[in-house]
Design a protein around this ligand. Structure first.
Ligand code: J2J
Length: 557
């Protein structure tokens, strides 16, 4: 297992120096984040949720004691500083215990989503050379523990499968319960003196290519984005944050999310499901003040609010991000939910924008806000210009960005990095934006080969590759089509092998699902065609073909 630093593009030394001098990078780490919360707020409630062993409510001191105990147990099993561990868990309190245990150990979480399936988990484990997978037993009618054990058997670096499950749960061979690892911790743990400029974890990218990318974030850069986000959003020890989206998503984790709440000494409530029923119940019961959702969920909550008898009066702010929030929806949120709206335009690669509490209503409703940092550099360039010259102020262009918490490269992805980053270190976000005279960003579209299905990102090529693995498929193209609820859904054009019975759409969807991919990546609709219903463009580029097909599918929709 090689050191993680080998696959990481570092910030140039003089840039790092500047970010330190400016006070962005303070040398604080994620073990420090928890230690500071324990020192200042040890007796306050850190986390509320329902895990495999039932309802839990832990103070900061209890969360830390658990994390230290688990860290000690993992260390005893041979998990060492710098090792990567795939964390594949739904919104259970043990998720936070696990993440902080790994931080305490100086080991690096690799954040998988609960919706991921074996092909994705296997890829993350292989690519990161993970030594362990931490997961749950059954969740959402799927046996995570069994799938993790299969991945462990197939990937030589993976030596441990740890499952948050009550003792006595029937587990696959080689898997152990998280509780059985808990151990008396030593006075100090290796994470206590981890290098703040080192990589703290690997986050997931939405992806634009055949294989998902991993995002290396350092303690220094991420701590800054979390701390500054907590400040922008006015977090305090009185904040009660509802994690409705998956805990491992960058939005839920850091904008300001679960980690921002730890920084502020507030309380995180982990919702087992994002539906309005569950979440409204938690808002009432825990007096939730802040929640973060994607637009389709915001729309569902708005819809459900009128018929709900739950008391939502504690909810002061609803953050909406991950995909474009329509102005119409933005206007309905305060009316229906009695909460102020905050738009959040962020990305796991770094840059995060917020509308601010004192912004006028039209800015909150119609823009996606402005960056966290005065040193977030943004260039809006002509996407058709090979020299990437900037468009005139206020006009639409492709957004490039660089700054004190935006990565300089994906993990172990040299070739892709040459495309995704400019030679001077700007990240090509693939988003089309314009910046208003006031300095607020409006997202207008994208140039990347990705579909944003209600906040869930799908790389066209990744799904096409799964379809191409079918013996009866010659070619496939995935495009996004407008959808009233999701904003966008996926449509697959598939060309079958000639002179044979063409495969049925549903059989193809099942085929993709059975290859072990997240359900949200399975094409919503499949159309079997003799040739792509646009001619010529396919010969110029894959990108042009997808664009032409998307226009065609949109017309028909
Ligand atoms: C339009 N598009 C948006 C928005 C993200 C906070 C919030 C979201 C993410 C996230 C995140 C959008 N309007 N408000 O990491 O910390 C699209 C853009 C962007 C991509 C990033 C955070 N908010 N998007 O969504 O890594 O296309 O991060 O480049 O999942 O989502 O996706 P992701």
């Amino acid at each position: 297992v090689t050191a993680v630093a080998d696959g990481v593009v570092p910030y140039p030394a003089e840039v790092a120096e500047r970010y330190r001098a400016a006070g962005y990078w303070t040398g604080q780490t994620f073990p420090d984040l928890l230690s500071a919360a324990v020192a200042a707020h040890g007796g306050r409630t850190a986390v509320v949720g329902t895990g495999p062993s039932g309802a839990q409510r832990w103070t900061y001191a209890e969360l830390d004691a658990r994390a230290r105990g688990l860290a000690a147990g993992l260390a005893e099993r041979g998990v060492s500083p710098g090792d990567r561990v795939v964390v594949w868990m739904p919104n259970v309190p043990e998720y936070l215990e696990t993440v902080f245990a790994l931080f305490r150990l100086g080991a690096l979480p690799v954040f998988a989503l609960p919706a991921h399936r074996s092909s994705e988990i296997r890829y993350f484990a292989e690519h990161a050379e993970a030594v362990a997978i931490v997961t749950v037993a059954r969740h959402d009618r799927f046996d995570h523990a069994a799938a993790a054990a299969e991945v462990a058997a197939a990937v030589p670096s993976v030596r441990h499968v740890v499952v948050a499950a009550p003792s006595g749960t029937d587990l696959p061979a080689r898997a152990v319960t998280l509780a059985s690892l808990r151990h008396t911790p030593p006075e100090t743990l290796p994470g206590d003196d981890v290098d703040p400029s080192s990589v703290a974890f690997l986050q997931l990218s939405g992806g634009t290519t055949g294989l998902p990318k991993l995002i290396p974030r350092t303690h220094d850069d991420y701590h800054y984005s979390v701390r500054a986000s907590a400040e922008i959003c006015g977090l305090s020890p009185d904040t009660v944050y509802l994690a409705a989206l998956p805990a491992a998503h960058n939005f839920t984790m850091s904008s300001p999310g679960l980690l921002g709440v730890v920084h502020a000494g507030g309380t995180s409530v982990l919702a087992p499901s994002p539906d309005a029923d569950t979440c409204f119940g938690l808002i009432e019961a825990e007096r939730v003040t802040l929640a973060a959702v994607v637009p389709p969920l915001a729309a569902a909550w708005v819809q459900a609010a009128s018929a709900s008898t739950k008391d939502l009066s504690s909810l002061a702010m609803l953050q909406v991000g991950g995909a474009k929030c329509a102005a119409e929806l933005a206007r309905r949120i305060p009316v229906a939910l009695g909460a102020r709206l905050q738009q959040v335009f962020g990305m796991a690669e770094g840059l995060v924008n917020y509308t601010r509490d004192d912004d006028p209503d039209d800015v909150v409703e119609e823009t996606q806000g402005r960056p966290i940092s005065p040193d977030d550099e943004m260039r809006v360039v002509d996407p058709a210009d090979p020299d990437e010259r900037e468009v005139p102020p206020g006009e639409v262009g492709a957004l490039l960005t660089r700054g004190p918490y935006t990565i300089r490269g994906y993990y172990r992805a040299e070739e892709h990095n040459a495309e995704a980053f400019t030679p001077d270190g700007f990240y090509r976000t693939g988003d089309l934006v314009r910046i208003t005279a006031r300095g607020d960003i409006v997202v207008t579209g994208r140039v990347k080969e990705q579909i944003n299905r209600g906040g869930e990102k799908i790389a066209a090529e990744e799904v096409e590759n799964h379809l191409l693995a079918h013996p009866d498929v010659v070619d496939a193209a995935i495009v996004g089509v407008p959808d009233d609820f999701l904003g966008e859904r996926t449509h697959a054009y598939v060309i079958p092998v000639p002179d044979r019975d063409p495969p049925r759409p549903n059989a193809l969807r099942r085929f993709v699902r059975e290859r072990g991919v997240a359900a949200y990546k399975v094409p919503d609709t499949v159309e079997v065609v003799d040739a792509f219903p646009v001619t010529g463009v396919g010969k110029t580029s894959r990108r042009a073909l997808r664009t032409a097909l998307a226009a065609r599918a949109t017309e028909k929709a």
